[in-house]
Design a binder for this molecule. Structure first.
Ligand SMILES: Nc1ncnc2c1ncn2[C@@H]1O[C@H](COP(=O)(O)OP(=O)(O)OP(=O)(O)O)[C@@H](O)[C@H]1O
Ligand SMILES: [Mg+2]
Length: 447
């Protein structure tokens, strides 16, 4: 049994071009070149072969005739006449070296079958020892034939033995392949450009960078995809706007009756209240205040979601802002950032997201550390660390749900909003253990 090397599919895959442009060019060119190569082989094999054999036979016949004449005419005067005739009629320059023996060794192996064909034809027709040198001169073949009384030296012009057809065909093959490649590349590039533009638009939209509808162009399928993308983009945009408007509207409308309620509670005639009643009023007031806080949260969120557009923003400045705000309200915040890190962001929204995280950290811990780093690849990472109690592993995901809160005075919307904002930028937030001992919130944002 022979052991076979398994064909690794990964290898072929890795060798194929990855881009659509490369692949489509390969699909067009490979059959073309194969076709040409097969055509060339068939033509060359059947046609040029025959031509070469016939030319070689003709030349060998002429030389054999000359040799025969030479052998019959031993007088050098006659021989001169014979050699002159060969030059005039056959275009083969010959001279006779009396008393010599074969002085060259056969050198051949050129591209094509001409050398073998000539060798075969000569041995067929001469029946004399001979040698031929194909390497001495590029325009002719040097022949030496051993006669009984000396050596006949002939310079056979190569053009008598073959035409430049073979080279012409190789040039033709390479040339047409190149021309086709150029034309195909030109047309394919336009098609691929349309697809690439669509991919870029989809990616930008996913990162919250809204560049508006894209112009449908290219092949009809690509246009169709672009139109569908535009429609989808529009629908999502409308949906988001609707959601935000509704949230803002409801929050806003609830605010007025709530304020009225709180005022009414405060205005309740104090004297008429018993001690028990007073406790209940205080509880009701606290409830109303919590509702107001929640509504404030919704409104702030809705404002963030609003019309703000992504623009190049220095993320470091945003973090410095948040840290300064937290320090003003008495927190110990350490900030570790590069000089500057600019990327397209909706600045107010991102400020809100990070503020929410820092607020959480402040609420549960004494020390807060904020850091931003550029990750390899196209993203940046912001971390918010604290030295508080942290969150048990089984709650790390559930705290992102709205109204998941166990903090006094918390509404449970902080993390929900923060994640919403970061995801709308095409990034994400995860919670994990912090090297400081408490919780680490890690934000990844695409650049
Ligand atoms: N740094 C932290 N350390 C410990 N627990 C945390 C931390 N951050 C959040 N949590 C937990 O996750 C819960 C949800 O946090 P989230 O920010 O969503 O709401 P909240 O802080 O309670 O209220 P809000 O932020 O809306 O005022 C918190 O109630 C708290 O239990
Ligand atoms: Mg919070």
């Amino acid at each position: 049994m022979t052991s076979q090397t398994p064909l690794r599919p990964g290898l072929i895959k890795r060798m194929l071009p990855r881009s659509l442009l490369g692949r489509s060019l390969l699909i067009i060119l490979l059959p073309l070149v194969l076709l040409q190569a097969v055509a060339l082989q068939i033509f060359y094999g059947s046609h040029l072969d025959v031509v070469s054999r016939r030319l070689a036979a003709a030349v060998a016949g002429e030389i054999a005739t000359t040799v025969d004449l030479m052998r019959r005419q031993p007088w050098s005067a006659d021989r001169g006449w014979i050699l002159q005739g060969a030059l005039d009629r056959y275009e083969i320059a010959m001279r006779f070296d009396p008393g010599a023996t074969l002085a060259v060794r056969t050198r051949k192996d050129i591209i094509g079958p001409m050398d073998d064909d000539l060798g075969m034809a000569l041995s067929d027709k001469l029946h004399l020892p001979f040698a031929m040198d194909w390497k001495a001169d590029t325009h002719s073949v040097l022949l030496q034939i051993q006669l009984p009384d000396g050596v006949l030296i002939a310079d056979v012009p190569r053009k008598r033995l073959y035409t430049g057809m073979i080279y012409l065909f190789v040039v033709w093959l390479a040339g047409t392949a190149l021309v086709f490649f150029g034309i195909a590349a030109l047309f394919m590039r336009n098609q691929v450009r349309a697809i690439r533009r669509l991919a870029q638009a989809a990616e930008a939209f996913g990162m919250g960078r809204d560049h508006g509808p894209i112009k449908p162009e290219g092949a009809s399928e690509v246009r169709q995809a672009a139109t569908a993308f535009n429609r989808m983009q529009e629908r999502i945009r409308r949906f988001l706007a609707q959601r935000t408007e509704m949230l803002a509207g409801v929050s806003h409308d609830l605010r007025t009756p709530l304020t009225r309620l709180r005022l009414a509670l405060a205005m309740l005639p104090y004297v008429s209240q018993g001690a028990e009643m007073r406790g209940e009023v205080a509880e009701m007031t606290a409830d109303v205040e919590e509702m107001e806080r929640m509504i404030g949260g919704y409104l702030a969120f809705a404002r963030c979601e609003g019309a703000e557009q992504a623009q190049p923003v220095n993320l470091v400045a945003v973090l410095e802002d948040v840290a300064a705000g937290a320090r003003r309200s008495g927190a110990a915040v350490v900030l570790e950032t590069p000089e500057e890190l600019t990327l397209p962001l909706r600045a107010d929204a991102v400020r809100r997201a990070i503020t929410n995280l820092v607020d959480n950290a402040r609420r549960h811990a004494r020390h807060v550390a904020l850091a931003v780093t550029q990750l390899p690849g196209r993203s940046v990472q912001v971390t918010v660390d604290d030295d508080g109690p942290g969150i048990p592993p089984d709650r790390l995901e559930s705290v992102f749900r709205p109204f998941e809160s166990d903090a006094a005075g918390g509404t449970g919307l902080g993390l929900t909003i923060a994640r919403d904002i970061v995801r709308a930028h095409g990034g994400d937030i995860v919670l994990e253990d912090s090297p400081l001992g408490g919780l680490r919130a890690r934000i990844r944002l695409p650049v």
